[in-house]
Design a protein. Sequence first.
Lengths: 509, 509
Amino acid sequence: MEPRYVQVNARDNVAIIVNPEGLAAGVAFPSGLALREAVPQAHKVSLRDLEAGECIVRYGEVIGRANRAIPAGFWVREDMLDLPAAPPLDELPLATNVPAPQPALHGYTFDGYCNDDGSVGTKNLLGIATTVQCVAPTVEYAVRRIQAELLPRYPNVDGVVAITHTYGCGVAIDAPGAAVPVQTLRHISLHANLAGLPLVVSLGCEKMQPARLFSSDLPVLGDGPAVIRMQDEELRGFGNIIGAIMRAAEQRLEELNRRRRQTVPASELVVGLQCGGSDAFSGVTCNPAVGYAADLLVRAGATVMFSEVTEVRDAVHLLTPRCATEEVGRALVREMRWYDEYLGRGHADRSANPTPGNKRGGLANVVEKALGSVAKAGSSALAAVASHGEKVMAKGLVFAATPAGDFVCGTQQLASMNMHVFTTGEGSPYGLAMVPVVKVSSRTSLAERWYDLIDVDAGRIATGEATIQDVGRELFQFLLDAASGRRKTWTDHWGLHNALAPFNPGPVT
Amino acid sequence: MEPRYVQVNARDNVAIIVNPEGLAAGVAFPSGLALREAVPQAHKVSLRDLEAGECIVRYGEVIGRANRAIPAGFWVREDMLDLPAAPPLDELPLATNVPAPQPALHGYTFDGYCNDDGSVGTKNLLGIATTVQCVAPTVEYAVRRIQAELLPRYPNVDGVVAITHTYGCGVAIDAPGAAVPVQTLRHISLHANLAGLPLVVSLGCEKMQPARLFSSDLPVLGDGPAVIRMQDEELRGFGNIIGAIMRAAEQRLEELNRRRRQTVPASELVVGLQCGGSDAFSGVTCNPAVGYAADLLVRAGATVMFSEVTEVRDAVHLLTPRCATEEVGRALVREMRWYDEYLGRGHADRSANPTPGNKRGGLANVVEKALGSVAKAGSSALAAVASHGEKVMAKGLVFAATPAGDFVCGTQQLASMNMHVFTTGEGSPYGLAMVPVVKVSSRTSLAERWYDLIDVDAGRIATGEATIQDVGRELFQFLLDAASGRRKTWTDHWGLHNALAPFNPGPVT
């Protein structure tokens, strides 16, 4: 490959190296720039002489100030940048530059499972919700037996999922933060891919009683609540408990097995976007391609969620003008402020992000990471904002507040989504049992190395082999195919399914 | 059964009903007391007329004040008691009444696995530690293959354990609270039952890098660190990653398979005590029996830990005089204060405990629960106090600070213990993969109903069929047998093993 760098914006005074092995000192680019020292792939090179104190600009935005003079052609390392202040939350322009709707897309469909509440599932799963971690091993024992003994007789059912977690007791369940995990687990338990009706296994003495988990309306199976309570007097011994779960499972499997996929418009997709193990390419390749797919989804009438407060915080000034209304803008600011305060209470701040891997992948600080992260949001107006634990019901582009950690963010997005897109630069084997997770790599070298874990390679954008639009359209089609069960993601192929990790900002007792 | 109640202390003005079906109005006890209304099992009856504002006394301690007049023979319900203030932390007597050592017990032994660091294992397990939740499904996939393909060839190895958790990234890893989960996971990863040497699976980009998890000294297998890093350049594809784990596992299994149990003194036991799903019997039957076993263990030179700050807080005035030194007393007070402040930051307090099940089981409030809980600590001097995440190294009776939630407490105790005792009134199927968990019931009715989940029935103490000492000795012998692999706990029989839940008082990002 010829020496190649990517400069995102004409105003940028740094660019990132494309060549997989990095480039050596002395190498000259077609632009005339020559490297004065070796620079690894994805890391930044100075495009011109930078003075100490000068702003370092990428994505057309200030990502830091040079804390020393950096002549042209040098490797701009993270320790050469001072972190700028985050955008002040009181001075943001709200709904001042709302993008006009792009032309609607018609005729795109997928084959999903239509539910009574109007939602559409992308899988047909038996779900077993739990109220407390105490019962998790019992439910997992039952799941193994259901898989071995019952599922083979119900070929139209895609699988059985234990909705286990480390919440439910030993928590301050009336404290302000408790509503977040309770609501998250409620929405996951009533998920579209379970036809909105799980079996429920409760211990009996736990703080998160079934009536609290479901806000009083318990799921009903046959003549009564679909709840097995282990401490019930009539359940004598473990064998009896497992027998009760198996009988309820069989009854529910009979119902689920009668379901068939139906063709529905693409507007029934609720797609959660997330990045994990990001690198300096993420904001140039996979995230913009996902952003283009997000625009296509919005044009088709679907819901697209992006999240991760700490990876949006430093780019929030780019989003508040795009909010559909001032009210949406204020909601976005509210979520940023909540998280600033939450981190402050724990004696942390936004500089706790990025990770060692992000830095190895060329990301100098959280500002550079955030500017790349929000590229996932495409170019549509921001239609709505949801708080932690709230179920997203709006159509269009939605910011759903979550922490940025992959499994915590994924758990919260799962409460609303029926498809998941996950972009990665360093590589992550992350997956979820309840929805297909489509993996998009930022670099071709990762897609080649993890050929049986990465679904879509956006690295071709950096090498010039494909455009952002090409990869965006490919991803859009992949989503329709995977949502229809026609195409399997790699994590579903291997059965790599991460445990749920509900966000609990409240204390444990 | 004749009408029967248990009055713990001569000063008590309430007692709890023993009869499994409860007792009806009009029933008279041998003492002459007659019930004025029906009272369920485990719930409190007033032994004499109580005036409004009068102290209600159980265990010889004030558990609340009557907020109305309660004549003799009435059911004393939780809503009739006002919660008293917690013991003020600045005025506690420290080391003022240190119990003299009881006679040493000699000649008690068990058959364990002797480790290089001097610790003794009670199981011989292959452990696979993880640095971040992203890799958990990959490790679980490998574990299934190891179980199916490798373990049958290594009959002296008891099993393979994936040390998975929801920590490792998306956390403020430099915040003050982060040391707790990192240290907890370090000690669990280096556990005596893994011969102190796990394999380690790391993603590569995570915040909790292997060097941070292990505080620099990585476990060594053969010629190099026992670390498989999924993002390493030489690992091409998922099959390759699994292959690398399988090869390392085989190498480690060869070593583990050569180990044999050796007879060691009972002083090598490190026993964690915990209660979960407690009821009003817990403080009368199972917890005192466990306390007697704790005394035997201390006399035999072993380590016994009790924990659960919020269930000790209201009885701390009974413990500070028993501290071996004033320094130990100050450490105990320090842990109580830390938790008071932690709860306060989350806008909660000690009244977040007890649970709905505790209340159904007759516990009116956290004071009554705590007074019953600390009975587990027996009557020895308190030799040492350990903070959250700290490994317990002292011999004798130790308070190891943990939250009270079962799986969180169990995870923190696991960092130090090689045997676990779990008392329960309402019933819990809780278990751990890495150490045997001996279940002790507070009532015979639970032991009968859950005949294949409860190991030891302490309910016989309430009915008069056994003494506290009888059950304590039975438990002591059970511990020696289970630690030797001669006797299997019910949770190990069924394979009921709860996921780890490290306590993370720091924020997630």
